[in-house]
Every structure is written in structure tokens, then in C-alpha cells.
Design a protein around this ligand. Sequence first.
Ligand code: ATP
Length: 305
Amino acid sequence: LLQLYGPLNFLGSVYSAIRTAMVDLEHMFGLIEEHVEVADPEHPLPIATRLAESAPAEVEFRDVRFGYGPEREILHGVSFVAAPGKKVAIVGSTGAGKSTISRLLFRFYDVWDGAVLVDGHDVRDYRQKDLRAAIGVVPQDTVLFNESIGYNIAYGRLGATPAEVEQAARLAQIHDFIQSLPDGYQTQVGERGLKLSGGEKQRVAIARTLLKDPRVLVLDEATSALDTHTEQEIQAALKAVSASRTTLVIAHRLSTIVDADEILVMGHGRVLERGTHEALLAAGGQYAAMWAAQGAEGIAERMVG
Ligand code: ATP
């Protein structure tokens, strides 16, 4: 029995490592307690995935109705178009339905009514694997693997060359930091190695996404405030990854979306206001009130800081 102990113990830790990785991925999309089946079509349409090989995608929500359970509708007819290469920002109070929109774009669920379209075709016409290859996400909290920092970036496109990994890290403003580590790109991160700050992890996620080179980008902005220097580095990295890519930003700080082509102000599953930053300010509605309130908060933060 004692002889069995070693191998069994080893298997146990492998199992637990796999479980952790699975849970991490599910956690990334907030899917922990949900296992919803969406089916691939019998004759899937092809979809181009990388920006390097094709144009940016067009994303459209056409009168989308959706709820997680039959008893409660969450989105009550949401429509918008993100034209190729344009940036659409979604703002609104907590629970308004912002993250739900990104989950429907990835087709983690099917809509009740209306449609989500990419390149003019319903997302239900594509193979899920292909659709998700065409969309990249920079989540609020990036989950890193217990691997080298180089692997964590290369994961964006397994098979990328070390030069491509380095190029992505440079664009994401994380290369110099990695170079300063004792083992450079080979430095282990996570439980068994280096712990990265929130801002560093986010830049690793951005480098990973740059490497993946998707035609659509979803940025789920972190709620937590970062210090000014980190904030500037992150903004520069985000600019690199969203440049000429169709981008959907779930925004918490309005200062980061003033340049969006269209801002959707969501409330209780509806688009309440829409327009550019200037147009929404001029309209003097809810967005203008949020802007005034956040401006005051920013000033208060700077005074405290
Ligand atoms: P926040 O800014 O707080 O992240 P949000 O605007 O992204 O909020 P969503 O996460 O899209 O809001 O949630 C919209 C509504 O759907 C909320 O009322 C929420 O309780 C509900 N909801 C979200 N996920 C689930 C789920 N898995 N099952 C049931 N209801 C859910």
C-alpha cells in the first residue's frame, strides 16, 4: 500500500492542477455555476479569425432579448452596430447587462429573440471554436498559468516564434519589465513563482491578445483604480491592442472612452442613451451626470493621493 502512495499522490496533484486550470478558465468568463449547451450548426460558415489575414469584423446586436433563466428577461431588445475597426463603449450601473452583452457575443448563451451578428451573419451560423478564435478578450482579472511568463504570452497563439512573443510584449509595454527579471521570459509566474501586480498581469493579457490577433476585441475594464503611472502604461498597451480592431469596451471609468465612436449608456437591460462623448455631454442626460460625478471623484482621488 505504501508503494502505491507515491503514484496516487502524484495523480492527485495532476488532477488538482487540471481542475484548477479548468476552473480558472470558467472563472474568467463568470461561468462557474452554469453549464449551458449551445450547439454547432450542421453546416458552419467559415470565419476569418486573425486581423493580419483579413479586415476587422463587423459586430451587430439586432433587437436582442435574453435572460439566463425563463423567469427573468435581462436584455429587453438591445441594438447597436460596431462597424469594422470602430470602438463601441458600454457603460451603466451595476447589473445593467454590460457583461451579458459580451457573453452573448462569445455565444456562451443563445438569445431568446433578435440576433447577434458578426460579419453580417448570425453567430449561430459559425462553429463556436471559430467564433471564439476571432474574438479576443482582455478580462478584468487575468488568470495566469503556473508556467513561464513567456508561455503565458505565447498561449495567445501557440506556435508563435520567440521574436513574435517579444514583439507582442514590447507593444504591451511589458518587455522591459520581463527583461529585468532574473530569468527573463523563462521566469515562472503564479503559485510556484513570481507574483505579478494587477497592472502587470493585465499587460501580460494584452500581450497574449496581441499575439492572438483577433478581429474583434472585448475589453472588460478593471474597476479598481490604478496609480497614474501604471494607468498610463496600461492605456498605451490598450491603444496598441485596439488599434484598427473592432472593439467593445465594458467601461467603468469614463475617462478611458472619450474617444469611442459610440457610447451606449445601459440601464436595466436597455440602451438609455447613445452617442459620442461630446454629443452625450451636450444632451445633458444620464451620461452627462455620470461624467460630472466621476470628474468630481477624480479630483477627490487626486487630492487624497
Ligand atoms: P457589473 O457592472 O456589476 O459587472 P453588468 O452590467 O455587467 O454589471 P451583468 O453581469 O450583465 O451586469 O448582469 C445583468 C443581470 O443579469 C444582473 O441582474 C445579474 O444579476 C444577472 N445575471 C448575470 N449573470 C447571471 C447568471 N449567470 N445567472 C442569472 N442571472 C445572471
